[in-house]
Design a protein around this ligand. Structure first.
Ligand SMILES: Nc1ncnc2c1ncn2[C@@H]1O[C@H](COP(=O)(O)OP(=O)(O)OP(=O)(O)O)[C@@H](O)[C@H]1O
Length: 231
C-alpha cells in the first residue's frame, strides 16, 4: 500500500468465511462509486474503511485520516433533537463552536429552509435523508463515506442532491455505495463493482462529472452497466 490518505488492503472475513478477497484499494480525491448485488459486502467495506465496528474482520491494512464524514444507510437522526441540532451534532460532540447559520444554510440547500426547529419525526423519509445529507456536508472531513445517500429521494430531488453533494464535496475523497448504475456513472470518476467475493474496476465516463441528466453517453453507459449487473 502506498502513502495514500485513504486505502484498504487484504481480505475481509465474515463468520469464518472470506467475504472479499485480495483487496488493494487506494482512494484518491474525487468520487469512487461502489456498485454490486445486495449482500455482496459494499456496506461492510465502507464500515471497515471508516474504522467502524462490523461483524466482519479485515485481515490486512487500513489507512484513513482520523476525521471521516459518515452517512449511513439509515439516517440515524436523533429523535429528540431539532433538525438544526441534528446537523450540528458532530461538531458539538467534538466540542467545536456551533455554526448555526451554516447549518441553516445547509438545511436550506437541501430544500428544508426555515424548518430547522422541527423534529425528525415530522418529516418524510426523503426529507429525513436530506437532513442526514446536510449533516454529512457540514463535516469538514477530507474523506466522506456515503452509503446509498440518495436512495429515498424522488428522481428530480435525487438529481439535484447528487449535484449539490458533488459541488460541496469538491476536493475531498468521496466513497459512495449505490444501487443505481446511472448514479455511479454520473458522479464517479471511478466505479468499482463488488461481487463474487472480489472487487473489479468498471471503466468510468470521462469528465465532466456530474454528467448532465440527459447526457447520451451516460444513458448508453448506464444501460450497458445495468445489463452487466443483470447478467
Ligand atoms: N451484523 C451482521 N452480522 C452478521 N452478518 C452480517 C451483519 N451485517 C451484514 N452481514 C452479512 O454481511 C454480508 C455483506 O453485507 P453488506 O451489508 O455489506 O452487503 P451490501 O452489499 O451492502 O448489501 P445491500 O446492498 O443490501 O445493502 C451479507 O451476507 C450480510 O448478511
Amino acid at each position: 500500500m502506498t502513502g495514500a490518505a485513504c486505502a484498504i488492503a487484504g481480505d475481509v472475513q465474515l463468520e469464518g468465511k472470506r467475504l472479499l478477497g485480495g483487496l488493494d484499494l487506494t482512494f484518491g480525491v474525487g468520487w469512487t462509486c461502489l456498485l454490486g448485488p445486495s449482500g455482496s459486502g459494499k456496506s461492510t467495506l465502507l464500515r471497515l474503511i471508516a474504522g467502524l465496528e462490523s461483524a466482519a474482520r479485515l485481515d490486512g491494512h487500513r489507512r484513513a485520516p482520523e476525521r471521516i464524514g459518515w452517512m449511513a444507510q439509515a439516517d440515524l437522526l436523533q429523535p429528540r433533537l431539532s433538525l438544526i441540532d441534528n446537523v450540528l451534532l458532530m461538531p458539538r460532540l467534538r466540542g467545536e463552536p456551533a455554526r448555526r447559520e451554516r447549518a441553516e444554510a445547509l438545511l436550506a440547500s437541501v430544500g428544508l429552509a426555515g424548518r430547522g426547529d422541527m423534529r425528525p419525526d415530522t418529516l418524510s423519509g426523503g426529507q429525513r435523508q436530506r437532513v442526514a445529507l446536510a449533516r454529512v456536508l457540514a463535516e469538514d472531513a477530507p474523506v466522506i463515506l456515503l452509503d446509498e445517500p440518495f436512495g429515498a429521494l424522488d428522481p428530480a430531488t435525487r438529481l439535484a442532491m447528487q449535484s449539490l453533494a458533488h459541488d460541496r464535496l469538491a476536493g475531498r475523497i468521496v466513497v459512495m455505495v449505490t444501487h443505481d448504475p446511472a448514479e455511479a456513472l454520473r458522479l464517479g470518476n471511478r466505479v468499482l463493482l463488488v461481487g463474487n467475493g472480489t472487487i473489479g474496476e468498471v471503466p468510468p465516463l470521462p469528465p465532466p462529472h456530474p454528467r448532465a441528466p440527459g447526457d447520451a453517453e451516460l444513458a448508453l453507459a448506464a444501460a450497458a452497466l445495468l445489463a452487466r449487473l443483470s447478467a
